[in-house]
Design a protein around this ligand. Sequence first.
Ligand code: ZN
Ligand code: ZN
Length: 273
Amino acid sequence: MPLLQCGNWVLEGRSSSAVATYIRIKELDLIFDLGRCPIHFIGTNHVFISHFHLDHYFGLPIYISQRWLAGIPPGNIFVPLSGFKQLKNILDKISALDGGRNWGYQLTPVEAGDSISFRQNLIAHILPGNHSVPAVSYLICEVRKKLKPEYHDLSSREIVALKRSGVEITYEVQLPLVAYLGDTHGITLDAHPLLTQCKLLICECTFITPEHRERAKKTKHLHLEMLPSLLEHFESECIVLHHFSRRYTHELIQQEVFKRLPTSEHSRVRLFL
Ligand SMILES: [Zn+2]
Ligand SMILES: [Zn+2]
């Protein structure tokens, strides 16, 4: 299974257009999309689904049932609101078919504009997608508490005393960690003020050759030619391209991506093949 080191994080999984997309970042205890579910993914507690094309959520019944069988409490699964009820219905039917078992699962509908806190210090901002079916993208931020500037000169004893007296001495800041773009024909750069500052951008790049320009437009995917003008807005240390069409060999992808992206981008762009 492909592994890609990006700073402190390891991306693990697979992404091939129309086959399956599932990317885990174990250090953040999350999975983006779940087109299949490798058995060792079941211990990961948060799953963010971008849209309801089968190759992006087909692994959910395995994830849910295997956790149930292993006695692990239900994971937190976030899905676009548009298909939430249908998915719930399907999962209940599969569960009933599977010997009438009553799998426990935790499904949360999301839509663009929502923000969801998870783990102790992480927050997922839901961003709009632009795909052939309703889709969302995700921006994961870390929430940190910082001491208010007016208290910087106080001693630690004074700070503790203030805190005990009930004074709010800190404020919250958010650090944008990872943005995951599900299938989309474009990026709304102002969808969130922190989006372009994310450390890691996971960006789809389904089509790469000139003859597939129209196909990218029609099926609402990103084409490699669209990337230079988009990526230049991102301050990200690492940009991972994924979801390539299986029409292309790995060699062709490698060759085309680095031929068509400006050399200034080469050091931060990685391919998830
Ligand atoms: Zn897809
Ligand atoms: Zn799709």
